[in-house]
Design a protein around this ligand. Structure first.
Ligand SMILES: C[S@@+](CC[C@H](N)C(=O)[O-])C[C@H]1O[C@@H](n2cnc3c(N)ncnc32)[C@H](O)[C@@H]1O
Length: 239
């Protein structure tokens, strides 16, 4: 809900998708309290399977260290930490990190475009439902490469473009009409979910994102679709 200034800020994000970092962080601060439950409702419970698929695509081994960028409440990080992997949650929204304080993973405040980590210090980087929100995704992709050791892995889990055209049309209608209405019922900041719908529509499709990952210096770029392309997992190797 927020005051008039908050609404104006969010409305600015909605209108221009200009993703000023302070506005994005503030918007996630406002949705933090009910973020996890809203996600589960909006995805009809599919979020758990998308997170599992992300962990499997990463394929981290016991003893390895991975960085979960734009980790939010660390719900994505705990999944990665299964089986003896050290998974570190990083986000620039203090509100989101605080909302996930009870989750037993290390957390660090930081910007995806200037990570507080040394060069080649992690075995893998994951970003789930985060890259779309980053002000300069190409700069972030280069920064992920900087902190990953040679041979390490990048996995991007992000909303994408449904592959079956008739479904794509229905999905777009769903986004445009139903999502804001559902969000009004369950979210503490429904305007953020109008932004969600609009940012998904503005995001590159699978092939276009793969090209950008490659242009940022990553090798062996590949993707596979989840739930008919509603979500895509891009995977790449640090060369
Ligand atoms: C939709 S949430 C995703 C959270 C979590 N990864 C998940 O799967 O539920 C997006 C997160 O990206 C974070 N974010 C956006 N831009 C960022 C940036 N430049 N640096 C760090 N975090 C960022 C936001 O604060 C927010 O917590």
């Amino acid at each position: 809900m927020g005051d008039r200034r908050d609404s104006a800020h969010t409305a600015g994000l909605r209108a221009g998708l200009d993703k000023q970092p302070a506005d994005v962080a503030a918007m996630f601060d406002r949705v933090a309290k009910r973020y996890d439950i809203t996600n589960t409702v909006l995805s009809a419970g599919l979020d758990a399977s998308w997170r599992r698929a992300t962990r499997e695509a990463l394929g981290a081994r016991p003893g390895q260290t991975v960085l979960d960028v734009a980790a939010g409440t660390a719900v994505s990080t705990v999944e990665l930490a299964a089986g003896g992997v050290t998974a570190i949650a990083c986000d620039f929204s203090q509100g989101m990190l605080r909302a996930g304080a009870a989750r037993p993973v290390p957390k660090v405040a930081g910007d995806a475009m200037a990570l507080p980590l040394a060069d080649e210090s992690v075995d893998g980087v994951v970003i789930s439902f985060g890259l779309r929100n980053v002000a300069d995704p190409d700069a972030a992709l280069r920064e992920f490469r900087r902190v990953t050791r040679p041979g390490g892995t990048l996995v991007i889990c992000e909303f994408s473009s449904p592959t079956w055209a008739p479904f794509r049309t229905v999905y777009t209608e769903y986004l445009m009409k139903a999502l804001p209405r559902i969000a009004r019922a369950v979210s503490s900041n429904p305007e953020a979910y109008v932004y969600l719908a609009e940012s998904i529509r503005a995001w590159p499709d699978q092939a276009a994102l793969a090209r950008r990952v490659q242009e940022a210096g990553w090798g062996e770029v590949a993707w596979h679709d989840l739930t008919g392309g509603i979500v895509a997992l891009h995977r790449a190797r640090r060369v």
